[in-house]
Design a protein around this ligand. Sequence first.
Ligand code: ZN
Ligand code: ZN
Length: 247
Amino acid sequence: MSRRTRLARRPSQRPQGTDAAIVGFMGTHQPPSRREALAALGAAGASLVAPRICAGQSYGTMAIRPQDARVAVQPLGPFDTALYDQIATSLAGELSVNVQRESSIDLPRSAYYARNRRYRAERLLDFLRRRVASPVNRILGVTEVDISTSAHGVYDWGVLGLGDLPGPACVISMFRCRRNARNAAQVHFRMVTTCVHEVGHTLGLDHCRDVRCLMTDARGTVRTIDQSSGRLCNRCRTRLGLAPRPA
Ligand SMILES: [Zn+2]
Ligand SMILES: [Zn+2]
């Protein structure tokens, strides 16, 4: 299976069924990775926030209608029950998908990257995809631990999440939702909005130009998520075959 990393392109330029979306915010790297990251960015004063990128992973055309989607919400390791409920409720409310609640399971040791003491997101996706079995056809992994993948020429780049675009699996971490957050409510808003965003990608939704829409491109800063309404715009609802909301 081909795997590549490239800068995100406009939806019109993106071939269907070949991408995994990375929600990227560069985190607390261990010193070697930090140096590599800055070198890759080409400037000592480079922003600590990474632009969103896409990493290829081919699953053919896997866009599906929300009513045909059954999304397993799978906590990986300990996870807050109230937040878990909020994520499941928002997925059903915003995307009209069927949600299946799973009990927490241990993080796979195969995904652990000891050097930076965090988990590799693409290995978590491999792990999660193997858990997809009828009637479930989508799986959302949620975790408290820091996750990373290869991006910008850096082997181990901390990310908020990684997901198939479209395809069966996505994984989101709470770790980067906490950065510079005003309060717990904002952390939860970021997490829930990002979960709905990534599951939206797995159904086949692209980024949206409406900055208030939850499918807006984060463009490398968590502030874009903070400024979103946390809801789908009517254009995105229509693309999913859902009735538009009254103005
Ligand atoms: Zn996205
Ligand atoms: Zn939209």
